[in-house]
Design a protein around this ligand. Structure first.
Ligand SMILES: [Zn+2]
Length: 433
């Protein structure tokens, strides 16, 4: 994503409902609810009625040598949990739900019926009809695992949409995705088809009343940029119909959010080409490759900021030059003390520890630019492709990226990374040994 204005706050009150119990669906029957955060989610089928505010989740969990399963459930009200058609015992406390699922050698599917509540701080579904779950607010919309390394496929259905409005959402996310990738937006949308890439990916923009000119301006090179990303990095993983959805985030919020394959762009940024291409590039980094830890945020945002300007450099050079000029202005305003790439894993809260600033975006972009100045942008393209093909559908770390750059380009980027990603001084563009 690109930075929004302020306003994140954790809103998670206690939800509590009773558990049920009944005859076991098979020989390994239900047990008492027990925490087991290691039992992984591998598929999540969701349907929401946005008028009744009722949701159904059919969640497939991986095999587990230990009993139990756990989900983040934010302030959801859990109505029922069933397993093979019978009630499954569950317990909800402190925004977490534990299940009485036995240990199993094979994946199994549980069904959850729930109600959800509206949220006003970009931490769930807003009253104006969009969802926003990044970084760890998925539990306010459905039972989930919010770590960026957790990946699940999805299907999604949204019903109960008011007359005169349309819900724009992906019916499926067919490759493993982080929970924050899922979203919908409901508004008076018009779909404008922009064209198809060489690989056959259809690209559209969904705009709201009186936004046609902004939509056409912001997406004028989007098909060409997406085509370049596919050809340069490797196959796109999230379906064959993608595009920008203009979302009524409000006048103070700018940027976008990587809700592939229908990524969101705040209406105030709709005409901005860099924002549109930036969000599209998250299909490869941040979504297509998930972050091993929040500390690797720069692997998503720095890489994608670089790729947005690089793609525009190739397909629309004047727009690319403008992007780098804008980046340089932003870089000049970043305090050197802002975190870029903390050297821990699983210790940093991306919001509370202030990793979510413009620093990982801009210092990350100029890190790659500095490497490109040394070895040529074509070799950096090749390193990014090599990395994508090795990590797509799984997780990646920035440390692994440095290793890949070294292996592919022959240039050891360690000292350059120290200057751009870990030093407490904001460098000048181009500075690398
Ligand atoms: Zn981003």
């Amino acid at each position: 994503m690109r930075p929004l204005l302020p306003i994140f706050g954790l809103v998670a009150s206690l939800a509590a409902c009773g558990g049920g119990s009944s005859s076991p669906p098979d020989a390994a029957g239900p047990v008492q609810p027990v925490a087991n955060p290691d039992r992984e989610v591998i598929d999540t089928k969701l349907s929401f009625d946005v008028t009744a505010m009722t949701g159904q989740a059919s969640i497939t969990l991986d095999h587990s040598t230990a009993p139990g399963a756990s989900f983040e459930v934010g302030d959801l009200h859990i109505d029922t949990v069933t397993w093979s058609g019978a009630d499954l015992p569950f317990a909800v406390a402190s925004s977490r739900m534990d299940l009485g699922l036995p240990r199993l050698d094979v994946p199994t599917t549980i069904d959850v019926a729930f109600h959800w509540s509206l949220h006003s701080k970009f931490d769930g579904e807003s009253a104006t009809g969009f969802t926003f779950l990044w970084p760890y607010f998925c539990g306010n919309l459905f039972p989930c695992h919010s770590q960026p390394s957790d990946g699940t496929t999805f299907t999604l259905d949204v019903t109960g949409v008011p007359a005169g409005k349309t819900a724009v959402f992906p019916p499926a996310i067919p490759a493993s995705a982080p929970a924050y990738q899922l979203a919908w937006s409901i508004d008076a949308y018009t779909q404008l088809d922009l064209g198809a890439t060489t690989a056959g990916t259809q690209v559209s923009v969904w705009y709201r009343p009186n936004e046609l000119t902004k939509a056409m301006t912001g997406t004028q090179h989007l098909v060409a940029a997406f085509d370049w990303l596919e050809k340069t990095l490797g196959p796109y993983r999230f379906g064959d119909h993608v595009g920008t959805v203009s979302v009524a985030w409000g006048p103070g919020a700018y940027g976008g959010m990587e809700h592939h394959p229908r990524w969101h762009v705040g209406a105030t940024s709709l005409a901005n080409e860099v924002t549109n291409v930036h969000e599209s590039a998250h299909g490869w980094f941040g979504d297509g490759i998930r972050l091993a830890c929040w500390e690797d945020f720069v692997l998503s945002e720095g890489t994608v900021s670089y790729l947005a300007a690089r793609a525009l450099d190739v397909v629309a050079p004047a727009a690319g030059a403008q992007a780098w000029s804008d980046y340089a202005s932003q870089l000049a305003g970043i305090p050197g003390s802002n975190l870029v790439w903390p050297q821990t894993c699983g210790k940093v809260d991306v919001l509370k520890d202030h990793l979510f600033t413009n620093a990982p975006y801009m210092r990350g972009a100029f890190f790659y630019k500095a490497v490109a100045d040394k070895v040529g942008a074509g070799l950096v393209d090749r390193a990014l492709s090599t990395y994508y093909l090795a990590h797509a559908g799984a997780t990646g770390s920035m440390a692994e990226m440095l290793e890949t750059i070294h292996a592919v380009t022959g240039y050891d980027p360690g000292a350059c990374a120290q200057i751009w990603l870990t030093s407490a001084t904001t460098p000048q563009p181009g500075a690398c040994p």
